[in-house]
Every structure is written in C-alpha cells, then in structure tokens.
Design a protein around this ligand. Sequence first.
Ligand SMILES: Cc1ncc(COP(=O)(O)O)c(C=O)c1O
Length: 362
Amino acid sequence: MIPVAKPNFDEEERKAVLEVLDSGMLAQGPKVKAFEDAFARYVGRKHAIAVSNGTAALHLAVLAHGIGKGHEVIVPPLTFFACAAAVLHCGARVRFADIERDTYTLDPGKLRRALTKKTRAIMPVHLFGQTASMDPIRELAQENDLLVLEDACQAHGAEYKGRKAGALGDTACFSFYPTKNMTTTEGGMVVTDDDGVADRCRMLRDQGQSAKYMHDLVGFNYRMTEVCAAIGLVQLSKLDAFVRRRRETAHHFTDRLEGVRGLVPPAEPDDRVHAFYQYIVRVERFPRGRDDLVKFLNDRGVGSRPSYPMPMYAQKAVAGTKHRRCPVAERVIPKLLELPVHPLVSDADREAIANAVLAARG
Ligand SMILES: Cc1ncc(COP(=O)(O)O)c(C=O)c1O
C-alpha cells in the first residue's frame, strides 16, 4: 500500500535526537530557542513561540489577543475541528462563513454576512497546503477593525503574492503533527510581529510565568521539548525541498487527471504557491462515486481516503448551538478525496497512483 501520508526522517534527525538525549537537557531550552529563531526567519516574522501542538498554538493565539466571552470569531466550516475548539475553549463563539468552491478556503465574499457587533477576528485556514484569498480578507478585516488569525497548520512553505503563509495576518499558527509538510513528532508554533502577543504566548505556554515561580497569568504547560525542537531544526532545513517534491508530484497528477470527465484536480490561482500538504480531488460526475473510488484505489494499493466528513457545524460537539449553514461546503465535502503526495511517493508510485485513478473509469 502506498500510504496517504508518511513522515520523512533520515540519519540527520536521528543524530539530532541522540545529541539532545546525551546532553541531559530535555525540556524547553536552547534547541527550542534556535528552532523558534529559524522558524521566525523562514516565515518572515519578528517572533515565533514553539508549543506542544498546533491546537495549543491556536488556543494561545486566540487568548493572547484578548478574545473571550462575548466575542465571535469567523471560521470556515471545512477544516480540522481544532480551529473551533481553540475559540470555544476561550469562551468565545464561532461563526461560520462559507468557502470558495475551487480553493475550498474561506470566501471573502461571504464574510460580510457573518459579521456581528461581537466579531473580533477572522480565522482563515490555509487548507490542504494553499493559502486563503488573503487580500480581500485582510481588507474586510481592516474596514471592520478585526484581527486576522491565520491557521497555517497545513501550509508550511505555501505563499501568497510572494509572502509566506504565516506572514499574512496579525498572528499565525502552525502544526508539526507527523503528517504535516514538516514535523517535530507533535508540535506547534505561533508567529507574530506583535511584541505584547508574543510575550503573553510565551508566558501562557509556561504556566503563566514571567520568571521562575512568578505566575503573572493562569497558563498551561504547552512547552515544546528539546527533542522535538532538534527534529524541527533539521526538518525546517529540508522544508523547501519537501515542498518542491510535493509540488512536482502534484503537478504530475494534475497533468494526468486534467481533462478526465468528472474529476476536478486542485485549483492553483496564479497569485499563490500551493504547498500540497494534501492532493485533493473533487469527484463530480465520474463513473464511480467518491467512496467507491476510494475503495477501488485502496484495493489497488493506493492509500486514498475521503477528506473531512462534514461541515464543522454538523459535529456532535457543537450540536447544541444554532449555526448558519454553508451550502458550498455542504455540496463539495461529500465529493473530496485525498491522494498520496508526500515526498516519499516515488516516480513509480505516482505513475501507479495516476494509472489506478484512470483505471477506475472502467
Ligand atoms: C487546519 C488545522 N488546524 C489545526 C490543527 C491542529 O494541530 P495539532 O494536531 O498539531 O494540534 C491541524 C492539524 O492537525 C490542522 O490541520
């Protein structure tokens, strides 16, 4: 089976981990600081704050901007549930605004309808490795005095108009989960140019401490370990090569699938660089339905799977709250499937994957 996702390590990461183990310094220390500095430089931000995972990064970013009870944050309905969880854990409400049919990211044209007097922030999610349509989102945010909190958890290395994902709003969050474009095993990062937000994130991740045993805030233990940071430093040095390989494989698929009736490959608007965290195909009027096609591919050794099963507002966890429905998301969600696009997909694998999809036409 060609797995749909696979972390990519070699001797460099192994050596880095052993060095940390031998150093005796395991909790947050100099490797974390070095990783933060390197990551901030990569994205083009003043501050980077490493944390234990992407959900923790989102939680801290929302809290550090003072968002809480009585506030609302606009999020897209097609994303990982952590986006909503981070907002809800701060006591704020989530409002959903629909997505663009082709990029699957927040539709700037649908934002105005989701605004209320309580709206404090917009959280565009750079989904599947591609940034949202950021200029019009930022313009609307500016007009209405709203924050823009980017969820860049899937978009390491993606770009919009020459700027990296993570440098397109007020504050941004990344995840380094094992399937991501780069990993630290588990891990996350907040990036921002705002000194106050960075200070609060640093305190909140470390029990609210401003100095040893001085608790200025009620915080958390969201620290990153030295082992994770050491892996992260190596992975960051390989990120551009990983993304290049993902893009090559993605373009191979698009070349093979373009023009196949009933299959819609990912859109790539000219103003952005898609980092292809996932290669998502929309199954429209194909001879097989989405689930049948996934099964056909799995039976032939291709690790395909459906994308998110439902709009976030349909999840049980938020069933008690009334939400405006998002018809575009509802229409596309049952049609999306994922093909393996990670850097360990070989030239032979990608031929086999494309051939299997074409064979599914019958
Ligand atoms: C869009 C999005 N947001 C948030 C997260 C949460 O990150 P983590 O799993 O590291 O907590 C993820 C990924 O897992 C994600 O894909």
